[in-house]
Design a protein around this ligand. Structure first.
Ligand code: HAM
Length: 433
């Protein structure tokens, strides 16, 4: 019986994997430009990291976590997101005492949510994200948003749609939740079962409900701006004025509340709509948060961060032809002509690899036609052809598989010969990564 992959998971192979790595690499370089360094937290955490950190009223904690008892009867969870785990790491490793503040960390890897799989929504997906902790200011929030926007620009995105909102401080949210409770209480009979629970746990979550009828009711709900404390309002406008100074365009969207409990003050999302109008959902989501570090027993330390979904970014980039140059092809396909050349080809292939050229040889005697077919399938840039005669003379034929030009090269100066050929073909140094 054929064994299928687990629903909502996918295998990422070859070209797709190279594209995902490329996106990760660009985002990592952007984060490093802004002074972030990498953290590799565990995939598995004690469940309370998320039930306390990510928050009991979030859909993620209520319905979507992969939670199970380990063999020691402890409840553990595959991370549904990184922020709570990073906060836990800062406390359990006492990083607040050893690292300079603000602590700026970036990460990437798989996250798991038991959601209904659909376009751009998986049960195992890859996130890249950043967290900046220990600097509670509109400047820190603005810098984080600038990094998010800059990352998308570095990936080649022309049009990203930045949405911002503030959900205010504790006092703001307390007053706002009461206002929402009073409003939704009058409509709750017409709303979905989840919203009944949300009304009790946190009525702000109702604004995130995906049920169309509920969204219509939510459209007339009170807006947060009426409940914003003076401090939150000033902070929000300060952040926006920094974005204005840098010419960053944004839409103020007062229905944006984000689905995680730790946020306060500014929240944001970046959306992109493909040229064919396909909506992949948010590519990036983040915001300011307080209280997380204290919840895990650390000092008072606010944070701001965001995470992106790598699969979603990759789909949009593919649709917008932004990944065409990411290639998985070989530099060289070494072709032995006849049994007698097999060993020489084997040695030459290894020699080329040690010089930094990706190279393959078929490890078997094949007809010329098959060798060229294989070179084409491996997307090789050049073929290096050698038979017994060439081996005896210490030469090989180097064929550019694009232009079909061929020339004899001396094996004693393989490095220089290959460098010259790759330079002449316009590949520069990129083959020597
Ligand atoms: P989030 O909005 O839940 O935020 O997730 C961030 C991004 O992960 C989303 O914008 C989306 O691109 C991607 N994503 C989420 N769920 C899925 C899924 N099922 N399949 C594919 N992609 C998905 C967070 O996770 C926060 N921890 C972000 C943050 C960091 N806030 C502050 N710091």
């Amino acid at each position: 019986m054929e064994i299928a992959s687990v629903k909502g998971t996918h295998d990422v192979v070859g070209q797709e994997a190279a594209e995902e790595r490329y996106i990760e690499m660009v985002m990592s370089s952007a984060a490093e430009l802004y002074g972030y360094s990498e953290i590799i937290p565990p995939v598995l955490e004690y469940t309370e990291v998320f039930s306390r950190g990510t928050g009991g009223s979030s859909d993620i904690v209520r319905k979507e976590m992969y939670t199970f008892l380990d063999k020691g009867d402890r409840s553990v969870t595959l991370r549904p997101e990184f922020t709570a785990g990073v906060a836990r790491a800062i406390v359990s490793g006492k990083l607040y005492a050893t690292l300079d503040t603000p602590i700026k960390l970036y990460y990437h890897g798989p996250a798991f949510r038991y959601e209904r799989p659909q376009l751009g929504r998986y049960r195992q997906f890859n996130q890249f994200g950043v967290e900046c902790l220990g600097q509670d200011s509109p400047e820190a929030d603005a810098e984080c948003i600038l990094l998010a926007v800059q990352s998308f620009q570095m990936l080649g995105f022309k049009n990203v749609h930045l949405k911002v909102n503030t959900i205010g401080d504790e006092e703001t949210r307390k007053n706002y939740r009461e206002a929402l409770k009073a409003y939704f209480a009058g409509h709750i009979e017409e709303m979905c079962g989840d919203c009944h629970e949300r009304l009790e746990l946190n009525p702000m979550r109702i604004l995130d409900c995906k049920v169309e009828a509920d969204q219509k009711i939510a459209a007339d709900a009170p807006r947060i701006d009426k409940y914003l404390s003076k401090g939150s309002e000033e902070r929000y406008f300060k952040t926006l004025s920094i974005l204005n100074d840098f010419g960053i365009e944004y839409e103020k969207d007062d229905s944006l509340v984000r689905g995680l409990d730790y946020y306060s003050e500014i929240v944001f999302e970046i959306h992109a709509v493909g040229p064919s109008g396909t909506d992949y959902g948010a590519l990036c989501g983040g915001g300011h948060y307080g209280g997380l570090i204290e919840q895990f027993g650390g000092p008072e330390m606010a944070g701001v961060g965001f995470a992106v979904g790598l699969e979603r970014i990759q789909s949009v980039m593919k649709e917008e032809n932004l990944l065409g140059f990411v290639e998985t092809g070989l530099d060289l396909y070494v072709m032995p002509v006849g049994e007698g050349a097999l060993e020489g080809a084997f040695q030459l292939t290894e020699q080329a690899r040690l010089l930094g050229f990706s190279a393959e040889t078929p490890l078997a005697s094949l007809k010329m036609g098959s060798l060229f077919k294989k070179a084409e399938k491996r997307k090789a840039k050049f073929a290096l052809i050698l038979g017994e005669d060439e081996i005896a003379k210490g030469v090989a034929q180097l064929k550019n598989l694009q232009t079909k030009e061929q020339k004899e090269i001396k094996l004693s100066s393989l490095d220089q010969e290959l460098d010259a050929a790759f330079d002449a073909a316009g590949y520069g140094e990129e083959h020597k990564e």
